[in-house]
Design a protein around this ligand. Structure first.
Ligand code: GLN
Length: 238
């Protein structure tokens, strides 16, 4: 997938769009356009088949029951797994992140099978994690310090075939006691950050675009986003 036209697939807005993560699609479209890269975005409802020819698949957060339904439908469909096999980029937030793993906790904490596309396992924590989150991203990803907003009950453990996305400096993140937030493997990346994540972290949007086009892309003037980040960092970390 290294053509300079990007097909973005926004998965199941009818189930996984409770927390405003759709803003991530807008940021990708805009930042691609500023580099002269055309995009096409498909908003895919949960009764439609998942196209296998997407370049970037986005999943958002959701409440427990819609999350379970989304996982069932995506497992039954199989299109996302095929896309990952052929090298597509996946960026998933919170409920979307959890359902990429082997299993996650349902509304009563019962284990629900996920898609097994990321080597993580989630269960239900004692306390809901709600608030600002700040983290330093794994060095090889070349993304500046991230900020976001988390709101989840789930606790996530990372297996040997995935790596932590960021080290938590403030907030909870995966909440398994290891001090990390999110996970990635290949071009599949999950995070607990809402915000929406790519609005608050344009460097992360650019990582996904680089993966999708298979080359470096020119930097943009991100001073506005940088100022917002500094403001958040100062109020959270001081
Ligand atoms: N239902 C999941 C949890 O509480 C995901 C929540 C979310 O997407 N914000 O952990």
């Amino acid at each position: 997938m290294s053509s300079d036209r990007i097909k973005i697939v926004w998965i199941y807005p009818d189930l996984l769009s409770t927390y405003g993560d759709q803003g991530n699609t807008i940021v990708l479209e805009r930042r691609a356009a500023l580099r002269g890269i055309p995009t096409e975005t498909v908003s895919l409802r949960s009764d439609e088949p998942v196209p296998a020819d997407g370049d970037i698949y986005l999943l958002g957060g959701g409440e427990d029951r819609p999350q379970i339904l989304a996982a069932q439908r995506l497992r039954g469909d199989g299109g996302l797994a095929r896309a990952v096999q052929s090298g597509a980029v996946v960026f998933a937030v919170c409920a979307g992140y959890q359902l990429l793993g082997h299993e996650f906790g349902g509304e009563e904490g019962q284990p629900v099978p996920g898609l097994g596309l990321l080597d993580i396992r989630s269960g239900r924590g004692e306390q809901r994690a709600v608030g600002e989150i700040v983290g330093d991203v794994a060095g090889e990803l070349n993304v500046p310090r991230i900020t976001g907003f988390e709101n989840h009950q789930g606790v996530t453990q990372i297996g040997p075939n995935a790596r932590p996305f960021a080290k938590v400096l403030h907030g909870v993140g995966n909440g398994d006691g290891n001090g990390f937030e999110g996970a990635y493997s290949g071009r599949v990346l999950g995070t607990y950050m809402h915000g929406p994540a790519l609005v608050r972290n344009p460097g992360l949007a650019d990582l996904l675009l680089r993966w999708a086009v298979g080359r470096d892309i020119p930097p943009l003037d991100d001073s506005w986003a940088g100022r917002l980040r500094e403001e958040r960092l100062q109020s959270v970390m001081s």
